[in-house]
Design a protein around this ligand. Structure first.
Ligand SMILES: Nc1ncnc2c1ncn2[C@@H]1O[C@H](COP(=O)(O)OP(=O)(O)OP(=O)(O)O)[C@@H](O)[C@H]1O
Ligand SMILES: [Mg+2]
Length: 249
């Protein structure tokens, strides 16, 4: 009995500085991340300014140039860099939301139109199933569009050639009586490996050669800022479904 007490004491005394050191290390890391965020936001701004000029000159050059193929490659790459920078800015810089009534079906249609060409060339069929009798939510239209676009793009990218993209909506009523709009984006791609499921929403987590890994992180942040939630259901090898739930207006 007498040997038990000192042992415990030693244990507590030894682990306390370790806990403090851990906490200090975590705080330092948070601080570093915050700094990194600020630096990234500044760099992203500078790059974006440069891109505006490059894009303008590109359009002028395109009018003169006969080499459409090469110009197309340059334009595509420019767009990719522009997207990356926009995403980093969205993630790191404080934004002012423009809140109004948003019609989710219209917004989904608009996002799908932007993907029409890509889906056609890759023989991906679209199944629209807007079951929700009302589709109004309160929120920032361009942020919500970005969230939908990121999910739709992921779905299309996951399928390669031949597949089916299903976009479904429905209204549910919570146990507390609040109405919620659910948006399902389902693909027939390869699905998500179980070990990756918990990491999908981490910034910079990607399994793609040219991915930034920011799409889902942004999507989650936008949805959470709209008092909503996002979930994923996927069986490895058997397609994926991303489900966004938002408060209905
Ligand atoms: N519909 C999907 N089917 C299969 N895997 C998916 C799907 N959506 C996301 N993933 C997985 O989640 C990862 C993270 O997705 P996220 O959108 O955040 O980044 P990314 O698509 O890799 O890059 P970015 O969106 O920046 O171009 C993807 O790399 C992929 O492994
Ligand atoms: Mg993505």
């Amino acid at each position: 009995m007498s040997s038990e007490a000192p042992e415990k004491k030693t244990g507590a005394a030894a682990s306390q500085p370790a806990v403090v050191a851990d906490l200090q290390a975590s705080l330092q890391r948070l601080d570093q991340l915050a700094n990194l965020g600020r630096v990234a936001a500044n760099v992203a701004h500078e790059i974006k300014n440069g891109l505006v000029a490059i894009n303008t000159f590109m359009e002028l050059l395109l009018e003169k140039s006969a080499d459409r193929e090469m110009a197309g490659v340059v334009q595509r790459e420019l767009k990719r860099i522009d997207n990356l920078v926009t995403q980093i800015l969205r993630l790191s810089a404080p934004r002012t939301a423009e809140v109004k009534t948003v019609r989710v079906h219209d917004l989904l249609d608009h996002s799908l139109r932007l993907l029409e060409h890509q889906m056609k060339t890759r023989l991906i069929t679209l199944k629209r199933n807007y079951r929700a009798p009302a589709d109004a939510v309160r929120g920032d239209e361009s942020q919500l569009q970005q969230a939908f676009m990121n999910l739709l793009l992921n779905a299309v990218e996951a399928m390669g050639n031949n597949g089916e993209l299903a976009v479904t909506t429905e209204i549910i009523t919570d146990t507390d009586g609040r109405r919620r709009l659910k948006i399902f984006i389902r693909d027939t791609g390869p699905g998500i490996a179980p070990e990756n499921l918990s990491r999908l929403f981490e910034p910079f987590f990607t399994t793609k050669k040219n991915g930034t890994g920011l799409g889902l992180a942004i999507c989650q942040r936008v949805v959470q800022e709209h008092q909503g939630s996002i979930e994923v259901e996927s069986k490895d090898g058997n397609g994926s479904t991303f489900i966004i739930t938002l408060p209905a207006e």
